[in-house]
Design a protein around this ligand. Structure first.
Ligand SMILES: *[C@@H]1O[C@H](CO)[C@@H](O)[C@H](O)[C@H]1NC(C)=O
Ligand SMILES: *[C@@H]1O[C@H](CO)[C@@H](O)[C@H](O)[C@H]1NC(C)=O
Ligand SMILES: *[C@@H]1O[C@H](CO)[C@@H](O)[C@H](O)[C@H]1NC(C)=O
Ligand SMILES: *[C@@H]1O[C@H](CO)[C@@H](O)[C@H](O)[C@H]1NC(C)=O
Ligand SMILES: *[C@@H]1O[C@H](CO)[C@@H](O)[C@H](O)[C@H]1NC(C)=O
Ligand SMILES: *[C@@H]1O[C@H](CO)[C@@H](O)[C@H](O)[C@H]1NC(C)=O
Ligand SMILES: *[C@@H]1O[C@H](CO)[C@@H](O)[C@H](O)[C@H]1NC(C)=O
Ligand SMILES: *[C@@H]1O[C@H](CO)[C@@H](O)[C@H](O)[C@H]1NC(C)=O
Ligand SMILES: *[C@@H]1O[C@H](CO)[C@@H](O)[C@H](O)[C@H]1NC(C)=O
Length: 474
């Protein structure tokens, strides 16, 4: 697959030197107006997770297959150019399949002294997430986000890692064993230090995952007030340890579930403790921006239907084009600086991963990966800002656009044609001194490169086929 990709060649060069023809001063098709002086949010990138031991599944592959998958995910030349990795911060008492074992798997000795935990070394190098982090960083990943799905069972009201329950010590809890907030903060601190010992900086740390749900796997519930009750312990604990990792919250199962928690944290006066607001797309899709000055990432979203490799067949929830629209709109509508799918690669036969790993070293890429690639580091780099981009003359309402300006002067514009016919679009508002690259993804293409020359007025004209995503790289 890699060699096929590397061979991606210039298949179509559209020369429009003679455009516009005499007597026709206005383009007849849709016009995309790019406004570099209209600056919106910054850009951190796109990403994935290999939590719940999918890092181990990846590690089990032979070296060529490992490199293939890692390049597909993180390389800006060979793959999607993801720059964010979300690791699972373990809370399980053991390392059975699908568990993320804790570094404090047993209650402290002497029993019930909540200020002293018995730590063990990162189990199996954190289920090979240490290895994965190193591989990702070597390929250009910028942010490691470690997120805990729960506190350890002995710190919780239900004395179990699974099936929800609350952290002992927060509002409305009363545990015979006492207040475990400081112990949980100490454990998170120790986990960050364990990674430091490997030379890996954890940029963001989260202590909740989908706190609006109680699930049969690691889960812990919390509302905004209860999150604030822990944030005000975790924040000074990290500071006193001299750790610059910033706190992320709350990975609500949907956008609105998370808004509710953020609002509660703000009402409790604890928003200052946050470095990042994180929300998932499942229970409610990303919508209106959160009212916060903090950066926001959409940190987990996927579907669970049968594995779908297609880009567009009938517009189903798991097709590539559907996800291209999700990614673009989460940046343009919901004001995020980061967008994460759920798993990058896994041996699951549903759509939780972007890449299917057959236990026999067989690696199969879904089209959703290529949708992500248009928003990856091949085109949009650290320090970039989203800028204005609008469409006029789109009579069938088929086009959706976004644009990002890099600090080196280059600009990436993503044009989605959701319609049934080719749209010949004209790009306006950018100075195009040299031929412009276009990169096409649809059912038949995975980032196919073409070169477009500017017309007499400096305009760029290109065809965007039906059901396609075309990126301009200017
Ligand atoms: C718990 O451990 C701390 C730290 O070592 C110690 O100061 C404290 O006395 C212990 N408390 C009990 C009740 O054993
Ligand atoms: C936690 O709950 C699960 C599911 O109900 C159960 O199988 C497990 O034994 C419980 N663990 C503990 C430590 O009670
Ligand atoms: C605590 O419980 C009371 C009484 O049930 C309820 O009114 C309040 O909303 C709860 N607070 C939190 C933070 O859960
Ligand atoms: C968008 O997010 C940025 C932080 O990344 C924030 O400064 C800005 O105010 C937000 N804009 C809106 C419209 O919410
Ligand atoms: C995935 O791999 C793990 C680890 O080898 C194995 O335990 C699990 O059964 C596999 N799952 C599937 C669905 O193949
Ligand atoms: C995994 O690979 C084996 C061997 O090539 C093949 O027989 C099997 O059908 C594959 N499984 C899936 C789910 O693709
Ligand atoms: C594009 O990628 C898909 C997998 O997503 C693959 O099946 C297909 O062969 C690739 N097409 C080309 C032209 O490389
Ligand atoms: C295109 O963007 C508009 C405005 O955000 C949105 O309402 C529409 O649903 C988008 N189209 C698709 C197919 O997602
Ligand atoms: C594309 O075609 C389908 C069915 O052929 C139709 O339902 C849909 O409205 C068309 N979309 C546009 C934007 O014309």
């Amino acid at each position: 697959m890699l060699s096929r990709f590397a061979a991606a060649s210039v298949v179509l060069a559209r020369f429009s030197n003679a455009w516009p023809p005499a007597g026709h001063q206005q383009p007849s098709g849709p016009v995309i107006h790019v406004a570099p002086n209209t600056k919106y949010q910054g850009f951190d990138g796109i990403g994935i997770s290999e939590a719940f031991q999918r890092s181990l599944v990846l590690h089990q592959l032979d070296t060529p297959s490992q490199n293939l998958v890692l390049d597909y995910l993180f390389s800006s030349e060979k793959g999607a150019g993801m720059t964010i990795l979300r690791n699972g911060l373990g809370s399980s008492p053991d390392q059975g399949w699908d568990h993320m074992q804790s570094i404090a798997p047993s209650p402290p000795t002497p029993n019930l002294n909540t200020s002293q935990l018995d730590f063990i070394p990162l189990p199996r190098d954190d289920q090979y997430q240490v290895w994965l982090s190193q591989q990702a960083l070597a390929r250009g990943v910028k942010y490691i986000y470690a997120d805990a799905w729960s506190a350890d069972y002995y710190m919780k009201t239900n004395n179990n890692e699974t099936n929800g329950g609350y952290l002992c010590g927060v509002t409305n809890t009363s545990c015979a064993t006492g207040d475990w907030r400081q112990a949980y903060a100490n454990k998170i601190t120790r986990y960050i230090q364990d990674y430091q010992a490997y030379g890996i900086k954890i940029d963001y740390v989260g202590f909740l995952n989908e706190p609006d749900l109680s699930t049969p796997y690691a889960s812990m519930q919390s509302d905004g007030q209860q999150a604030a009750d822990f944030l005000t312990v975790l924040y000074p604990t990290l500071q006193q340890a001299g750790i610059s990792t910033q706190i992320a919250c709350c990975d609500g199962s949907g956008w609105e579930e998370n808004r509710e928690r953020l609002t509660g944290i703000q009402a409790a006066g604890a928003e200052y403790t946050l470095g990042l607001v994180t929300a998932h797309g499942y229970s409610s899709a990303p919508g209106a921006p959160f009212a916060t000055p903090k950066k926001v990432w959409q940190t987990e979203w996927s579907t669970f239907d049968n594995l779908n490799y297609n880009w567009y067949v009938r517009g189903s929830q798991s097709e590539g084009l559907t996800w291209a629209n999700h990614i673009q709109q989460t940046f343009t509508v919901s004001n995020v600086t980061g967008f994460l799918y759920w798993w990058g690669a896994a041996n699951a036969t549903d759509n939780e991963p972007l890449i299917f790993i057959n236990g026999t070293n067989e690696v199969s890429v879904t089209k959703r990966l290529w949708a992500h690639a248009h928003f990856g580091s091949r085109f949009i780099r650290q320090g970039a800002s989203r800028i204005g981009a609008t469409v006029t003359g789109d009579s069938t309402n088929a086009l959706n656009v976004s644009a990002f300006a890099n600090t080196d002067g280059s600009t990436a514009i993503q044009v989605i044609n959701n319609g049934n016919t080719t749209e010949t679009v004209t790009l306006e508002g950018l100075y195009c001194p040299r031929p412009v690259q276009t990169w096409l993804t649809n059912q038949a293409n995975n980032l196919t490169l073409s070169v477009v020359h500017a017309g007499r007025r400096g305009n760029i004209v290109a065809d965007v086929p039906a059901k396609s995503l075309l990126s301009f790289y200017v």
